[in-house]
Ligand binder design. Sequence first.
Ligand SMILES: O=C(CO)[C@@H](O)[C@H](O)[C@H](O)[C@H](O)COP(=O)(O)O
Length: 198
Amino acid sequence: MTAAVTEVFRRRAAPGAALAGEAGAIAAACHAMAARFHAGGRLLTFGTGAAATDAQHVAVEFVHPVIVGKRALPALSLTGDVATLTGVGAGAGFDEVFAHQVRCFGGPDDIAFGISPDGRCGSVLRAMECARDRGMLTVALAGGDGGALAGTVEHLVTVPSGDPRVVKEVHVTAYHVLWELVHVFLEQPGVLGQEVTA
Ligand SMILES: O=C(CO)[C@@H](O)[C@H](O)[C@H](O)[C@H](O)COP(=O)(O)O
């Protein structure tokens, strides 16, 4: 293999290892998400570009688990309705496309789950501000230092890479891990009121 090919594979080694430093943040996020589901809350997911379909992937993992026998949990992606996205975008600007839906659908027991590889996506940030104002739990996946999301959400999981391709690839692993750990906590409701440590 040429050095260039080797380098491409080196950057993609072990997504789980890339998240090792985030274990505590992931566990805390899942514990808080499980508590919201236990209380009857729902998950609203969003992101732009490739993260829009990641948001849909996250929602279907919860609504229709790929692991047979796991409980279905209420989740809705805010990225799939073209009429709403284009209507709100044209009328209020693209930064409002998720915030408007959060205001319509989000309640205080719910969870806002945003994905932005650079942590600076305006529509994700606006939605998180609205979600926080409504008392929703705010959880985000980002990359690098987390960008502006770092100061905006309660639970941030960030992939320590400056390469957006690697960040996006590791995000898939991150949200599968998040889904799995939410179920671990939900299956032991006694731990939902306790402090969680990694
Ligand atoms: O998502 C893709 C393609 O992978 C891009 O086309 C797109 O411009 C951006 O990366 C996405 O909109 C994500 O942006 P951001 O959340 O990192 O600001």
